[in-house]
Design a binder for this molecule. Structure first.
Ligand code: ADP
Ligand code: MG
Length: 361
């Protein structure tokens, strides 16, 4: 078991900064997910943690100990790589036993650990096979098994599910969550997939361009994103953004642009009274835009004139791609009974109790 602290950690490759001033603490036993687009510094952060890259500046702690210079094998950290990195000429058993043999464990102890892990992962019947005789999902389990047998104090997983097809990925996701519940060990998990991050993490660290954008629970990331990047990255379909001016007319505040003039509801006045009157980026999630025929009762709906360009029936909801009269595009998730279709000129209603305002720069 171990807690982890990155204190002002940066990683420079020549003059390129892959990770910039990273500050974050991971609790003992936590499931922390790093998420962000390709190239944002997720793998580099994990490799710094594992000791596979050297830290350019800052300090990395395992528990209370600075480990910047500690070699990987003395960190008691096991890593599951994206490629699985199984040895092709060794059997599943030998792959799982390998690191324990290097540690000089006895044959009996190795057998016990490998068999226990294989049982846990449902791969006991595959121990004699070679990696090429396994499916993608089975290989992924062997890679996890190879980490488990080491009984590490931290598991690092770098996009371990990205080579699986969609259905298997969902199943494997649940299995890894169950494994974490069972082992109660610190897991640090990397993915570019926000759904994977949201469903698996107890907390999520969102990164972009080597910079930590926000670290929070899934609920808080979704409901209180701190900037436009996080707001647009978490949630699917993505949050809609419009440039607006916050203006006061008499006692009322409005968000205004060419297409609409949206009054701020009473309940949010105290909050937005504090904001300077200027240009903002206004965000609203697709599920907070409704077909007025199927209005949710307790919201303050504001009609916005628009024309539907595409309708996608998803079964339990309808996704509408819509253009405002000013030509701005946005997406709405409306009631599955809604008959709205491409070409319809309509009023959609914005639920103003779920709005976000971000600075423009
Ligand atoms: P992610 O895992 O989020 O996709 P990485 O951490 O692998 O991103 O990479 C972050 C950035 O650092 C990328 O622009 C990548 O090209 C660069 N990078 C990673 N490793 C090296 C390296 N060994 N030498 C030079 N640049 C690197
Ligand atoms: Mg990566």
């Amino acid at each position: 078991m171990a807690s982890i602290t990155f204190e002002n950690v940066s990683k420079q490759f020549d003059d390129f900064t892959a990770v910039k001033n990273l500050n974050l603490s991971i609790d003992d036993g936590e499931f922390l997910v790093f998420v962000g687009p390709s190239g944002c510094g997720k793998t580099t952060s994990l490799r710094l943690l594992a000791g596979l890259e050297t830290i350019t500046s800052g300090h990395l702690y395992l528990d209370d100990r600075i480990v910047n210079k500690l070699p990987p094998k003395e960190r008691n950290i096991a890593m599951v790589f994206q490629s699985y990195a199984l040895y092709p000429h060794l059997s599943v058993y030998e792959n799982m036993a390998f690191s324990l043999q290097l540690q000089g464990k006895s044959k009996g102890a190795i057998r016990r650990r490998v068999e226990t892990a294989a049982d846990q992962l449902g791969i006991a019947h595959l121990l004699k096979r070679k990696p090429k005789e396994l499916s993608g999902g089975q290989r992924q389990r062997v890679a996890v098994g190879r980490a488990i047998v080491r009984e590490p104090s931290v598991f690092l997983m770098d996009e371990p599910l990205s080579n699986l097809d969609a259905k298997l990925r969902v199943q494997a996701r649940t299995e890894i969550s169950k494994l974490h519940s069972k082992l109660q060990t610190t897991f640090v998990y990397v993915t570019h997939d926000q759904v994977e991050a949201m469903t698996m993490g107890t907390r999520i660290a969102v990164m972009n361009h080597g910079i930590l954008q926000q670290i929070d629970s899934p609920e808080n990331l979704y409901n209180y994103p701190q900037n436009v990047f996080v707001a647009g990255f978490i949630g699917s379909p993505a949050m809609n953004f419009f440039r607006v001016h916050l203006i006061r007319k008499d006692a009322q505040l409005f968000l205004e642009n060419e297409d609409f003039s949206l009054p701020i509801p009473e309940s949010l006045m105290a909050k937005y009274e504090q904001y300077p009157q200027k240009e903002y980026i206004f965000g609203i999630r697709p599920e907070n835009i409704h077909d007025p025929q199927y209005e949710v009762a307790d919201i303050m709906p504001i009609p916005v004139k628009a024309e539907v360009s595409v309708r996608e029936m998803m079964g339990n909801e309808i996704i509408l791609y819509v253009n405002t009269m000013g030509g701005e595009e946005f997406v709405a998730r409306v009631d599955p009974r809604s008959p709205l279709k491409a070409g319809d000129k309509i009023n959609l209603t914005f639920d103003m109790s779920h709005i976000h305002l971000f600075d423009t720069e």
